[in-house]
Every structure is written in C-alpha cells, then in structure tokens.
Design a protein around this ligand. Sequence first.
Ligand code: ATP
Ligand code: MG
Length: 448
Amino acid sequence: MTDSATGRDEGISEGRIETLRAVRGMNDIFPDEAEVWLSFEAIVRDWLARYGYRNMRTPLLEHTALFRRSIGAVTDIVEKEMYSFTDALNDEHLSLRPEATASTVRAAVEHSFLYGGPQRVWYTGPMFRHEKPQRGRYRQFHQVGAEALGFAGPDVDAELLVMCARLWSELGLTDIRLQLNSLGNLAERRAHRAALVRFLTDHVADLDADSRRRLETNPLRVLDSKNPAMQSMIEAAPRLLDFLGDESLRHFDAVRAMITEAGVAYDVNPRLVRGLDYYNLTVFEWVTDRLGAQGTVCGGGRYDGLFEHIGGKPTPAAGFAMGVERLIDLMRGADRLPAVRLPDVYLVHMGERADRFAIRVGEALRDARLAVLTHAGGGRFRDQMKRADASGARVAVIVGDDEADAGQVSVKDLRSGEPQTAVALVDAPGFIRRLTAQAQSTPQTGTT
Ligand code: ATP
Ligand code: MG
C-alpha cells in the first residue's frame, strides 16, 4: 500500500521526483513490435479455428489454492515463482496466474462446461512468474494454449502435436524439434518412483540442495533439474518408460504412429517429465537450439487427473501452452516479420474552411476502407508535406479553402513526382485506389 503521508512509495522524496520504471521482467511493447504481435495473433487465431478450437478467457487472478492443487505444491512454479498475496480487504489468498490450464479446468468444472460433451478451447494472455529475467524468460510473459477437454484417446494427443507442427510452418519457423515421452499411469509412476528413490539415495552425494529436498517430496522432479552438474547422474537413473504397462505403451505407440503418419518427426526423450505435476501418459516439448538456454517454445501433454484434483468428475484431457515471446524472437531470427501497415493517405489541410472540410474528406475515404492519417496540430504547408512523406503513405490528399469551396481534393502521388490532380471528393476513393493498386503490384520489400 502507498505510504501517502510521505509519498515515499510514490517515488517522491524531498521534493525530487524519481523516474518511475516498469516492474523488472515486465515488458512494454511499442507499436513497431506490437505489429508483429498482432500478425502472430492473427495467424494463431486462423490456425486454431481450422482445428475447431474456440477461444476462452479466464481471470488473471485466482485463489492460490487452485495452483497449489493443480500445478503441485512441490514445483518451481508454486514454491518460488508465484506472485501471491493476501487481499487485505477480505483476507483471500490470491495469485496472479502462472499458467492457464488450471484456470481453464476450474472454469469448466465450475460451470459444467462439458455437460454437453467434450470441448476444444484455446486462450492467450499474460502469465506471471517470479523468475530471473533474461532473454526468453520474463516475469510477465504471454502464452497461447489449447486444451482438448473430455477426450481420452491418443487421437487428440496426436492432433495437438500435428497442430503445433503446422503452426511452426505457417510462422515460417524451422528448427523446432519435438521431444516426446510418456509418464504412464499412477501405478506405473509409483513403481518407477520406488526405483528412482533407491537410485537417488545411492547417489545422494551428487544431488544439489533442491534435489535432495525433492528426493523426499517429489523425486520425479529431480529428473527435471537443469543443473549441468547432475545431468550424467540423471542420464543413468531408472527410466519411467521401462515401467510402462501394456495399456500405457499402446497409448504411446498410437500417438507415435499417428504423428508419423502426418509426417511429424520426433525424438523420444525418456527424461522429459515437465515442470508441473498434473501430467500423465503423453508429455512433450518443442525445442530449438536458436534461443540459447530458453529453448523450449511449447510444452504440454495429457492431464487426466486434473479435473478430479480441482473437485470435478474424472475427465480426460490434454493440451499445450506456447511462449509467445520466444516464438516472436524466433520469427525475428527467421526474418519472418510482417510488413508494417502504412497509411494509404496522409491528409493535409490548411485554412479555416479546409480544416472543417478535412473531417468530411477523412471519413469519406475511410468509408471506402482506406487508411487515412489526418494531419493534426496545424503548421505550414511545407511541414505538413514533410510529415506526409515521413508517414510512408502512398498518397497525400491536400485540402485548402478553394478545394473546400469546390467540394474537391487534390491528390498527390508521393512516390511518382507527378503533379497533383484535382478530383471531386466523390471520385477521390476510386482515384486513390487505382494509385495504391499500382503500388501493390510493384513488389514491396519486407513482405513475407
Ligand atoms: P522453462 O523450462 O523454460 O522454465 P516451463 O516448463 O516452466 O519452461 P511451461 O510451464 O511448460 O514452461 O510453459 C509453456 C511455455 O511457456 C514454455 O515452453 C515457454 O515457451 C513459455 N514460458 C514459460 N515460462 C516463461 C517465462 N518466464 N518467460 C517467457 N516464456 C516462458
Ligand atoms: Mg519454468
């Protein structure tokens, strides 16, 4: 809360006003960059629609208990990455969402969303994790996620993977590889866990402090450790895959056969356990070498137990979440950035009657679907024309009092050096369209 008596927390001390900055690890996205986000989002929306996934939105704040129960109390996210606080007004324990699968399932259970049958949904938005900020790792970051709720078969697991592969290709991204594993069922994980605990206990000297603690609480998590010093020991640990029974193996094999049919290549990674507790059977990550240490762009899998954990009926489900910042970083590296949309028209106006007429001109051109940047703030004709050139618009539409009186505009092609042409306002959209159509038929740089 703000110490309003002293103004200290408002950055005011002894009359000096400090510059306020964004919270560490949280990014401002300016228009040039936001253009890339919009184009990414447009591709994503179209892609999801083609697979029948429907958009869904849940709150950014949830009860902390939701994440403790779903993600698991003994995970990096819940132990040290959540923005949790007590709402002073009613003593509720709340957290900013670190991911959105838990919220999606919570909402589905709360509102009997699966009453009429299974549902495919997707979401996008900011997630919050108190991590050490670095390239590809932020405290507020964004995910696009898809969840297939109420589907048990390996077919939707395969669908989710095939979908991802298609998105990478539609984004123009190569060099993203699929790592696949199966976590089996509860009994299989228990049997593996017993063997793993025996193994880790024998190698306790090689474990870091986190892993020693996890040996007691959640030994599978030890396999998820990124500590380089422990990798060779982790390599030698008992593999969960070797504990799978027939049913789990059949599921795994079916997923593999279907994605192979679709031409999706993968590697089986028996060490892949994912950072959250709720997964079973299929788990996967899409990884690239092009982003340094933050190479995982998407992760997901099957979470058949989650509905029950949250108080719902047993309901099979699977999904994935991808990191938007990491994918956009990859798009930049792959030179797949969209062309910035430039205005078609810069509207220059001078004179009292012209200033009023210009409002009408702008609206008439926009009625014809043209993008019009209207000069604002007055100034000399020459300066307005300079702004017109700098705007990147193809055409300047010029209005003076004479034009206003005649119901005309002057159109100047900013790239041809041709003299301007006077046209009636009603004819202006067609005239400008013909000029911009010519511009479009000449190849532009920067388009993809
Ligand atoms: P990592 O191992 O990189 O921490 P994670 O396993 O914690 O990832 P998930 O919870 O599976 O990540 O989230 C799915 C995706 O969201 C990740 O693959 C990644 O692309 C992205 N992501 C996760 N945490 C961050 C973060 N702090 N900043 C940016 N992107 C992130
Ligand atoms: Mg993480």
